[in-house]
Design a protein around this ligand. Structure first.
Ligand code: SAM
Ligand code: SF4
Length: 322
């Protein structure tokens, strides 16, 4: 469907859990309490909401978290989403730690893509940043996922003094294996305050030293936020997601569903609708769809990241799902 600004809304990110097996410092504070189980939607409830959004024109669903693979039954849930009438693409965003044993099942169900978050290729940096000595596991899973034929994108958040010196090395993964490597600007949240992210432009500047022929592709991949660049030296593309320095709100196609069933209309704004309350009060599919439609018509025009007086639009990224 279209919102009140004639933007086509056809993509929904669904966070199926607030829990995570990592503690990436810029994402999740150490002392963040877990949401109680009864407040988290059951898979049946997610499917009911996803079905209602499909009726309204949502065609792509990205399953995220916390760490989605840390929730029991998540792979079966992905398979059920794949079978939902109206849903054309289902993808997964994961930190990759628990991915390897599920690769065959994900490939078998025809999952449309896996995004693996990988901020560093250095074991000590990984350990310091995430609190886990799991880098080798993630790299093994990455290799296996690519070998399975699943479409893989790597997501990296470059941060000054943490991994900014590795931008070219991480991009070089796209020279070895057919993956797109995407660099995402750090968004201001309560947890990320202590860090300074690199802008898309700064990343591009660093990459041009190693890949001087890097140039923008004309191709737009759906209406996703990444601008893609290609080089003769790379099998995959480089994507820059400059959400803060160069926002793309005018083309925004997405809504977000939190694990507690709150439909968020913009990453930045609190505005949305409590679908869990409606569902648990007995709302049927049509009633849900009507509430979602009404909410989408209220979708804010733009975020205010980067504005000095609006520093903390997002409290916890791990609860929203990125
Ligand atoms: N645990 C999964 C993962 O790491 O891919 C899914 C959830 S995680 C919140 C999704 C993405 O959000 C990750 O790629 C992570 O790097 C990104 N992220 C978290 N906090 C961020 C921030 N402040 N700015 C930009 N991206 C952020
Ligand atoms: Fe967990 Fe993903 Fe946040 Fe890291 S980025 S703490 S893996 S939710």
């Amino acid at each position: 469907m279209q919102d009140s600004l004639s933007r086509t809304i056809d993509y929904m990110r669904v966070s199926i859990t607030d829990r995570c097996n990592l503690r990436c410092q810029y994402c999740m504070p150490n002392d963040l309490p877990w949401v109680e189980h009864s407040a988290i939607l059951r898979y049946e409830e997610f499917l009911e909401i996803c079905g209602a959004t499909a009726d309204l024109g949502i065609r792509t669903i990205k399953v995220t978290g916390g760490e989605p693979l840390a929730r029991k039954g998540s792979v079966d849930f992905l398979a059920r989403l794949k079978e939902l009438p109206g849903i054309e693409r289902v993808t997964l965003t994961t930190n990759g730690l628990l991915l390897e044993p599920h690769v065959a099942a994900l490939a078998g169900m025809g999952l449309d893509g896996v995004n693996i978050s990988l901020d560093t290729l250095r074991r000590e940096v990984y350990q310091r940043l995430t609190g886990s000595d799991g880098l080798a596991k993630v790299l093994t899973a990455l290799e296996k996922t690519v070998a399975s034929g699943l479409k893989v994108k790597i997501n990296c958040v470059p941060i000054l003094g943490v991994n900014d010196g590795e931008v070219a090395d991480i991009a070089a993964l796209a020279a070895e294996i057919p993956v797109d490597v995407r660099f995402i600007e750090l968004m201001p949240t309560a947890s990320s305050q202590a860090f300074t992210g690199l802008s898309g432009e700064e990343v591009l500047f660093r990459l041009l030293e190693k890949y001087p022929d890097l140039s923008p592709t004309s191709e737009r991949r759906g209406y996703g936020p990444a601008r893609y660049y290609a080089s003769e030296g790379l099998l995959g593309r480089i994507g820059l997601i400059a959400a803060v320095s160069n926002h793309f709100c005018g083309e925004c196609n997405r809504i977000r569903l939190t694990s507690q069933g709150f439909l968020k209309l913009c990453l930045y704004h609190e505005q949305g609708v409590d679908l869990r309350r409606l569902l648990r009060q007995g709302a049927g599919r049509q009633e849900l769809a009507a509430a979602i439609e009404e909410a989408i018509l209220q979708k804010p025009q733009s975020h205010h990241f980067g504005q000095e007086d609006e520093k903390h639009g997002i409290k916890n990224m791990s609860r929203i799902g990125g």
